[in-house]
Design a protein around this ligand. Sequence first.
Ligand code: PD2
Ligand code: ZN
Length: 290
Amino acid sequence: MNTFTHLPQEWDHWLDRNLAKGCLVQDIVKAMVESRFDADFAARTVAERVELRALQTQAALPAQAAPRQPYQYGLPRFAHAGNVISTFDRDVHITFRMQRPVLAVLDDLLTHEECDRIVGLARDRLQRSATLDPLSGQHQVKDHRTSMGVFLPAAGDAFLDGIERRIAEVMNWPRANGEPLHVLHYDVGAEYRPHHDFFDPAKPGFGPTLARGGQRVSTLITYLNEVEGAGETIFPALHLSVVPKKGSAVYFEYFNESGQLDWDTLHGGAPVTQGEKWVVTKWMREGVFT
Ligand code: PD2
Ligand code: ZN
């Protein structure tokens, strides 16, 4: 199928009108792709226009933060009642839960053998972790994330396939919407400073990733070893920290049905003070991750 890589004038006006109305970048890109625009072209065009509009607004107005609408909680994806989640092959125990934001700490998500096996698959393939630059959309190595990491696609691996299936059942969200499992390793001193796992739609560099299944909606961080010192997952806005325990996990959600993002889900990996820390993260998207 031929796709368009040029923006006719009527679409140019349509793009400005929709951004002015406050439509989400990913919805605009999706509508363009459905009208047969090339996906990369659409993501780039929208991202460039968002950046241009931001520059024009900055030039026209004295520095002023746009007021954020209060986050409205919708139906939780994590809709497990009681204290046990019975997945197809394992019972996972809920040891802590909160409603706002939806957050849970889970015990026994992975066996110790499964944790060791995941570490074994990742160990020789680690690379310095990078983050997506919000303006350029390029992957960049920065001081605020000093771990090493690797994605582990499950394709053709029966072991990872089972883990993926269990995780999708726990997160109560389609497996196809998940990014591949991502293993992180922190040495002493390594950290992941507080950040949001979602992509700020106002930042042009995030357009291309938002076109790959939409916004992230939830995160599951599973601890793969016992950390000798610190390395907690911290939630500064909630005054909460989760202490790593081999095989246990922390789950949280940050996106409602109206497209609002919960900024209180700010979180980070505190510096490891002794030993090392291994985790595997699953990020879920709104739609199928491509
Ligand atoms: O390793 C962690 O504790 C951590 C903290 C914050 C991991 C992530 N974010 C992540 O993988 O997004
Ligand atoms: Zn994170």
